[in-house]
Design a protein around this ligand. Structure first.
Ligand SMILES: O=C(O)CCC(=O)C(=O)O
Length: 309
């Protein structure tokens, strides 16, 4: 469903490798500020106030309702507390939910990712939704994203976008600058938390112990913001983040998140497991470790006229 007032200048074509490619000819209806580009590069996180308009937000809210009513096979309840409050998660639902697909393919979001990454081609990786019922306290443990993914590289951009107003204390929090920390950290096994076999990661994974950020909050440069619908926070896949939850009574949270990949990112299957695990679908479409992702599941957006100066 096209949304009124949004760019529609897309054409699709095939290239020699047989991958479907999306040409986005009107991507910069939203210009990302120089400050946001600098924050994203230097701090690994940038707040983008009011970059998505109300029509897109309404569109995505309708999509989320459909998604909750009919989750994909990847949908799951991450947490349910004694009072029945839940944190629901789903991912890669965009191909089955027209409102999500429309947003991915036609909204300014791909252009925003490209501007932040300084890239004239970006691939869409996947969408994720996080829905917390009113008053949910459950907070996502601090973690980095890229070590869980079936791709590897520095040039990644996740865009966390609440579809309702969220207080700073309930928004996602970030350790500023952690995307450039050296060394490899042993990540949280979300399976231990959710009890879901699909979240399991091998505890024997190499790396240094993950720092106790929650227990030492004053020692880390944590940032988060009060956010309104239309605001986005963009972060590098290596930036440590967590939180959300901690909702005031009567307040729920609905978040639509998209992940974007830039120039140095390549397919990488990890022995310790992946979440979400794309290895099967990637193998089915012939993607091999070391290759750039692509194809209809991971469409490429090209900005052939270059990025805004
Ligand atoms: O919203 C949340 O609770 C978690 C978000 C998250 O970890 C992510 O977007 O990578």
């Amino acid at each position: 469903m096209p949304v009124a007032g949004q760019p529609v200048g897309f054409s699709r074509c095939c290239w020699l490798g047989g991958c479907e490619m999306t040409m986005n000819t009107d991507a910069f209806s939203v210009r990302v500020s120089k400050r946001a580009v600098r924050d994203f590069s230097e701090h690994g996180v940038a707040m983008l106030p009011q970059v998505i308009d109300a029509a897109w937000i309404a569109n995505l809210r309708a999509g989320v309702e459909k998604n909750i009513a009919a989750p994909t096979a990847r949908g799951r309840v991450w947490n349910r507390d004694a009072d029945g409050r839940v944190c629901f998660y789903d991912s890669q639902a965009w191909r089955g939910i027209a409102e999500y697909r429309d947003f991915v393919e036609r909204s300014p979001i791909a252009g925003i990712a490209a501007q932040l990454l300084g890239a004239t081609r970006v691939n869409f990786f996947f969408d994720a939704i996080f829905v917390r019922s009113p008053g949910t306290q459950f907070r996502t443990p601090f973690h980095q994203d890229e070590p869980y993914w079936s791709v590897e590289g520095f040039d990644t951009c996740s865009i966390w976008m609440p579809l309702v107003a969220v207080e700073k204390k309930s928004a996602l929090e970030f350790v500023r600058g952690s995307h450039r920390w050296k060394g490899r950290l042993r990540q949280t096994n979300f399976g231990a938390l959710t009890g879901d076999a699909r979240d399991q990661r091998d505890a024997a994974e190499d790396g240094e112990a993950f720092p106790d950020i929650e227990g030492n909050r004053d020692r880390y440069p944590l940032v988060s913001w009060d956010m309104a619908p239309g605001d986005c926070v963009a972060f590098n896949g290596r930036t440590i983040h967590g939180g959300s939850g901690n909702l005031s009574p009567g307040r729920g949270l609905k978040v639509f998140n998209t992940q974007w990949l830039g120039d140095d990112v390549r397919v990488c299957f990890r022995k310790e497991g992946m979440d979400p695990d794309h290895s099967r679908v990637m193998a089915e479409i012939g993607l091999k470790p070391g290759r750039r992702i692509g194809g209809a599941l991971y469409p490429e957006f090209r900005f052939d006229r270059g990025l805004p100066a």
